[in-house]
Design a protein around this ligand. Structure first.
Ligand code: NAP
Ligand code: GDP
Length: 327
């Protein structure tokens, strides 16, 4: 019998790579898509005839329950969330509702389904933002010190996952993911904002790139590697928490330099530091220790920082001069 998987947030960066991975592994794949007036399926258009899509929203319990009933999943991947830290300062209540309580709605809907079908295993993508100002390198043992409404919502979801694991014996595994990027990264995140600007500068349609805090340090991996880690977490005998990170960190300025160098451009001619891009509070340094994931899951990142930057710069250079969208 084919295994069935339900991917919430399948139109997003991680969800789209996970759908591809699960199809490759022979799963029957279901995606949970929220309604959009302008279309939000560009990242999964190439998968349309191979997956089943159901409509729903993480703020709407009945749509979650209905998606679970129709897909009868063995595995559920919760990639749906309001994921932008900056936006969470502008929309804190919406972020808490979707990113925090939304995850709990899903866990509880799965708990209620248990008598109807085999209990699904659940993947919850937690975040390094939960560590906030805690000293790097951060591991599973590092205390949480959230510094944004997004991080607070994720801490709530993370603790809810752990609670449902202990209280009800549910299989909920949490990946404590450090930043992951790709040519499918949302355009308001700093890496994609930089590589899209480079594409447009090369195409002659942009002359300036306005950025905020250039000294923030992040540990960047490829989203495809994170999808692989998510799948591995659900294949273990017991659910657990795993830091997923490259173990190397770079400043935003170093990302800018690497990307502009690859394009043969002098970044100082284009980058303007704009106070409006600064956050009320920012996380200075995230750098993960993924020793547990390496030892238990046998997971290692396959894409280096420079390979990631190169893939994004090349993709966005083509994008700026063509009708291409997502790879
Ligand atoms: P993303 O590209 O922003 O995708 C988010 C997905 O959630 C999209 O499909 C979006 O739908 C969907 N969504 C948003 N609000 C929803 C709602 N109310 N109901 C149903 N779906 C909703 O994010 P990502 O980079 O793939 O991240 C995936 C997960 O990993 C998220 O939980 C994120 O917080 C977590 N994470 C990400 C990182 C990172 O660096 N990327 C690091 C740590 C953890 P639309 O397409 O309609 O907008
Ligand atoms: P985050 O780590 O999940 O917040 O991912 P982002 O890509 O949104 O931000 C990474 C870092 O880049 C943060 O420290 C931001 O403050 C910093 N940054 C600097 N300029 C910008 C900008 O123009 N946009 C965004 N999104 N972040 C910026």
């Amino acid at each position: 019998m084919k295994k069935r998987a339900l991917v919430l947030g399948c139109t997003g960066q991680l969800g789209s790579y996970l759908m591809e991975l699960l199809l490759e592994k022979g799963y029957e794949v279901w995606g949970f898509v929220r309604r959009s007036s302008v279309g939000n399926v560009a990242r999964i258009l190439h998968l349309y005839d191979r997956v089943h899509l159901v409509n729903g929203d993480l703020t709407d319990t009945s749509s979650i329950e209905s998606a679970l009933r129709v897909s009868k999943p063995h595995e559920v991947y919760n990639c749906a969330a309001q994921t932008q830290v900056g936006t969470s300062f502008i929309e804190p209540l919406h972020t808490a509702d979707v990113t925090g309580v939304g995850a709990l709605r899903l866990f509880d809907a799965c708990r209620m389904m248990r008598s109807l079908a085999e209990s699904p295993r659940i993947y919850q993508p937690s975040t390094s933002e939960m560590f906030g100002a805690s000293t790097p390198p951060q591991s599973e043992a590092t205390p949480f010190n959230p510094s944004s409404p997004y991080a607070c919502a994720k801490v709530f979801a993370h603790h809810s996952a752990r609670l449902y694991r202990r209280a009800y014996g549910m299989y909920i595994a949490c990946g404590i993911n450090f930043n992951f990027e790709s040519p499918r990264r949302g355009e308001e995140f700093v890496t994609r904002k930089i590589t899209m600007a480079i594409g447009r500068i090369r195409a002659g349609t942009q002359t300036e790139l306005r950025l905020g805090n250039l000294s923030a340090r992040r540990d960047w991996s490829h989203a495809k590697d994170v999808a692989q880690a998510a799948w591995l977490m659900l294949q273990q005998p017991e659910p657990d928490d795993y830091v997923i990170a490259s173990g190397v960190s770079y400043t935003v300025k170093e990302f800018v330099e690497a990307a502009f160098n690859l394009a043969g451009l002098d970044w100082q001619k284009y980058v303007v530091v704009d106070p409006q891009q600064m956050r009320p509070l920012d996380v200075a340094h995230l750098e993960g220790c993924a020793n547990k994931a390496k030892a238990v899951l046998g997971w290692t990142p396959t894409v280096t920082f420079l390979e990631l930057v190169k893939e994004m710069v090349e993709h966005d250079t083509i994008l700026a001069t063509s009708d291409a969208s997502y790879p």
